[in-house]
Design a protein around this ligand. Sequence first.
Ligand code: ASP
Length: 403
Amino acid sequence: MKLWAKILIGFVLGAIVGLLVGPPAAALKPLGDLFIRLIKMLIVPLVFSSLVIGASSMGDVRKLGRVGAKTLAYYLATTAVAVTIGLILATLLHPGAGFQIPTETYKAKPLPSLVETLLNIIPTNPLGAMVSDNMLQIIAFALFMGVAIALIGDKGKPVHAFFDSLAEVMYKITGIVMEFAPIGVFALMAWVTATNGPDVLVPLAKVIFVVYLGCFLHAAVVYSSAVSIFARMNPLRYFRGFFDASLVAFSTCSSSATLPVSLRCAQENLGVPKDIASFALPLGATINMDGTSIYQGVCALFIAEVYGIPLGMPQYLTIILTATLASIGTAGVPGAGMIMLTMVLQAVGLPLDGILLIAGIDRVLDMARTCVNVTGDGAGAVVVAATEGELKTLPAGTTLAGK
Ligand code: ASP
């Protein structure tokens, strides 16, 4: 049986078991955590080695700059569209109608300044960046290494060969770990549905519905158009080829934990060359969060509605700008989007306490937004590869999904 079909079965069965068994099914969580740990184990060595190889085999710095500019432009544009979709849906569907104002208070996390954030991209100690999982710093150092390897020519060959081989080894381990994905996904879904039964979900069903609808529309409209216009790829082929990554993102709620799977899907199922995949996907997992910005748009309007605070066009524009920036700063880990929501709320003067209403169902919202975050990264990699004329056409039947 195909891997994606096995993962899908694990996913559906897990959801059913969690609903039927209820809270005791939450005991399955360690199996899910085991899966998450197994893929997380691979992130730093895999991203670092494949990015060094990617950057050094791009050949010249101009190509790296061009690919970088295209990737960033695509990510920013789709994120701004995503917030707008969230805002339009929340304006039309009023998810906050009939809600009680929470009485507790919520403290915002202090946010670093822009200068600090930019400076922080450069690690003072590359090993420290790897030890503390700082993805942007790892990306920055890998790019420097890759470019330098290309610049020194023959002398750089041994280092290149070493990282090439390391990347292959990590890639192989990803394949082995993915065999365990159906069980991991099963356990994570059982845990989620066991701990988020109908009592938790029903009162906020409208918020959940609006966020899920926004995520669905964004993927169906924006990603489908992007891959068909720029890459002449049938959207269904895209979603199918990237399906393992989308499902793993949905169940783990972590873009960065999904990275090893996204890298495999993009290269093996969609024909994205290694250099572009290993550049666009880690960058996307760190800064491109379309689902998170849809969620932030919807939640901001939901909270404004609950507190009866009217918002006008200037506030809508502020939400679009801050949610786009906030999503760049959101770490690809579970729940990060909710913390960054404080930045959006603060920018338009909305009460932070509103977050308490959402906190209880955040995991369920996180699943949809992470799935869209990761699916958007894949679409970005396909679009950039296609516009560089480097998308490989895979003969039918050779894809992982088709195995
Ligand atoms: N969990 C999301 C991700 O990893 C981030 C978020 O919380 O919005 O992409």
